[in-house]
Write a protein that binds this ligand. Sequence first.
Ligand SMILES: NC(=O)c1ccc[n+]([C@@H]2O[C@H](COP(=O)([O-])OP(=O)(O)OC[C@H]3O[C@@H](n4cnc5c(N)ncnc54)[C@H](O)[C@@H]3O)[C@@H](O)[C@H]2O)c1
Length: 268
Amino acid sequence: MGRLAKKVALITGAGSGIGRETVRRFVEEGARVVAADIDQEGLSRTLALCMDHETRDIPPVASCLLDVRNREDWQAGLAMARDRFSKVDVVANIAGIGVAGSIEELKLEDFQRMVDVNLTGVVLGCQEGIKAINASGGAGAIINMSSIGGLVGPSDIAGYCATKGGVTTLTKSVAMHCAERGYPIRCLSIHPTYVDTEMLDPVASELGINRADLTKGMAAHVPMGRVATPQDIANVVVFAASDEAAMVSGSSLIADGAQLAGPRSAHS
Ligand SMILES: NC(=O)c1ccc[n+]([C@@H]2O[C@H](COP(=O)([O-])OP(=O)(O)OC[C@H]3O[C@@H](n4cnc5c(N)ncnc54)[C@H](O)[C@@H]3O)[C@@H](O)[C@H]2O)c1
């Protein structure tokens, strides 16, 4: 039995990076999944990745075009989960965008785009997720992808930090609300350091450096000496969604290779 056997999850941002790997790991652990994204081509690649290429087994995954900014899309995606797999236990809000820039450089239209996807999208996912999980009648979890930028404020990602900080405290408020109402729904946020995904591509081109040099430079800021892989983070989502995390709610799960643990020793 997998760690997520019998669970049904809707995962956003499933067409790339952390979301794609989370879908793959959820299926590996026995979950049935609605993989949601605005990128149809990315979703097709995710589904192909979940296919067992030896047995040619059809994976228990449905794909759904879902814009997290749109309530009707959320309702349709969650209805798809109920129609195909009869219930909803887990909503993983992973879709997100990042535009770099200090507070003086930040363009208001870029900030607004990040608010719409990173924050409004998660608010809608929590609202519609609570309804869908409650309607399914069992215990469930809502997992929100924040960032270390949702806990501290590096100067070069001001707008991104503002949205991810919002996700951090929204998560706590949702966890408190569900607990106070007696809903058996946990809500957690996850805070990765740099993760080697497509999200870093525009950063490299903006800085005019190649991708390998970018990740090498980022790794130098992580005490454990490397950036995270999508699988490092997907494994945290698996734990958060599983019954192993039954008493974990309102928490910020940090996966940062000790980056926020403390200042570097003067002698290192
Ligand atoms: N990569 C990192 O270094 C890093 C670090 C910390 C946190 N995160 C967070 O992890 C999450 C996933 O990031 P990633 O690195 O996998 O990025 P990614 O760019 O590889 O994937 C993001 C996915 O979100 C989708 N998406 C964008 N807007 C959407 C919308 N309106 N509706 C639905 N889907 C939409 C994209 O199509 C894409 O498939 C994001 O929330 C990001 O902020 C990433």
